[in-house]
Design a protein around this ligand. Structure first.
Ligand code: NAG
Ligand code: NAG
Ligand code: NAG
Ligand code: NAG
Ligand code: NAG
Length: 348
């Protein structure tokens, strides 16, 4: 909300004293190329979150970052390093790029850096002097790009205050426990501010993408698996409606949640079951195989010749060279002989 207010204030100033603004804007282009360029930048308009564009035709505009193809950002790290990086990939080949970075104590330049010709994609950093470490409240950083081709140029100017410059620290006091209802993760608000201004990413150390959370201080992962351990870490960034860096913070240190005691017992039980179960199953399979063999021994399969052989076998043919056919013929003959012997006996 802060930047909106400052923008509104600027608009009001512009309406109240147009003569001041027109004189200032006429003054700017004539002085930029001089020695005190950083002083001029620090004394200029400090509207946060707005890209000020002007070109050699005298055209000026306030744009949103999303209105231009070029991307750039400046960040102040906890090590007191200000690092500005940019990517101007759609720039025409012959265009020369110059980069200026000015660090201002309100409207006095304290440190600056000029880089020309600049690469299409690059970064430059400067370390704030120790005397500056206590004064971040008065800190502004101004990043300026001059893209010039022949006698024509376009200049981008962007102002950062402490809030928009500073890399957020990760959420503090992250705690994670597995309870009956699931994995409960709680954390504190960064910078003692309201949760409403922050969004979070929660990484549970599984293979899944981090979860996006907004404006909360806790999260419960239902269906948490009590038998596995979780490696919980988080990072944060401001939501777009609040003033501040739109960059993700670093990841927090990882909080490890060990499997609960109950799950250890469960594991032991599982091991016992498996170690007992595998021999049992093997035994059953073995018995089944053996039983099948015994069955085959006791009840051998009945041979079943194909129909054409059956027909052949049934034919009463002495020339048959099949042994079963011969034996059946012999049986018949024997029967006949027996009958012949019996018949004379009966007649007596
Ligand atoms: C941009 O660069 C060109 C060429 O170096 C220079 O003539 C012009 O004054 C610069 N404009 C600003 C606003 O610095
Ligand atoms: C300056 O910007 C205006 C509006 O975008 C454009 O019409 C004009 O051609 C630009 N001039 C140069 C020199 O780029
Ligand atoms: C952004 O780049 C595209 C493709 O190069 C171009 O068509 C478009 O006009 C550019 N937009 C601006 C605002 O420069
Ligand atoms: C500055 O940021 C760029 C891009 O993120 C990175 O490649 C570079 O190493 C950083 N430089 C320093 C000094 O941190
Ligand atoms: C946060 O607030 C507490 C009490 O409201 C205070 O003791 C602590 O110093 C504050 N921390 C920061 C970083 O501002």
């Amino acid at each position: 909300m802060e930047w909106r207010d400052s923008r509104r204030l600027n608009m009001m100033l512009f309406l109240v004293c147009p003569t001041f603004w027109s004189s200032f804007l006429v003054l700017w282009p004539s002085q930029v190329a001089t020695e005190g360029h950083d002083e001029v930048l620090c004394q200029g308009d400090k509207t946060i979150d707005t890209l000020f564009v002007m070109n050699s035709s005298g055209h000026e505009d306030d744009l949103d970052m999303s209105d231009v193809n070029e991307t750039f950002t400046c960040l102040l790290y906890p090590t007191n390093v200000v690092n500005c990086s940019w990517s101007f990939l759609t720039l025409e080949k012959a265009t020369q790029l110059s980069v200026f970075i000015s660090i201002c104590d309100i409207d006095t330049a304290v440190q600056s850096l000029s880089h020309s010709p600049g690469e299409r994609v690059g970064s430059r950093s400067l370390t704030l002097s120790p005397s500056w470490q206590q004064q971040h409240g008065r800190l502004f950083a101004i990043l300026q790009f001059n893209m010039s081709l022949h006698d024509k140029w376009t200049v981008y100017t962007y102002v950062y205050d402490k809030d928009t410059l500073e890399l957020l620290s990760p959420p503090p006091n992250i705690k994670a426990t597995v309870k009956d209802e699931g994995l409960l993760v709680t954390w504190g608000v960064p910078q003692n501010q309201s949760h409403q201004c922050f969004q979070y990413e929660l990484d549970l150390g599984d293979q899944e993408a981090p979860k996006r959370l907004r404006a909360k201080g806790s999260y419960t992962e239902l269906n948490a698996d009590p038998t596995r351990s979780y490696r919980v870490r988080m990072r944060t960034k401001k939501v777009e409606t609040c003033s501040g860096s739109l960059q993700w913070s670093e990841w927090s240190p990882t909080v490890v949640v060990k499997p609960s005691v109950q799950s250890v017992q469960l594991n032991t039980l599982l091991i016992v079951l498996i170690s007992l179960g595998i021999p049992m199953i093997l035994l059953a399979v073995l018995l089944l195989v053996r039983y099948q063999r015994v069955f085959e021994l006791l009840f051998p399969p009945i041979p079943c010749p194909p129909p054409k052989y059956i027909h052949f076998l049934e034919k009463d043919d002495a020339s048959s060279f099949f042994h079963p056919a011969l034996s059946s013929k012999a049986e018949e003959e024997i029967t006949e002989v027996e009958e012949a012997k019996e018949n004379p006996g009966k007649t007596f």
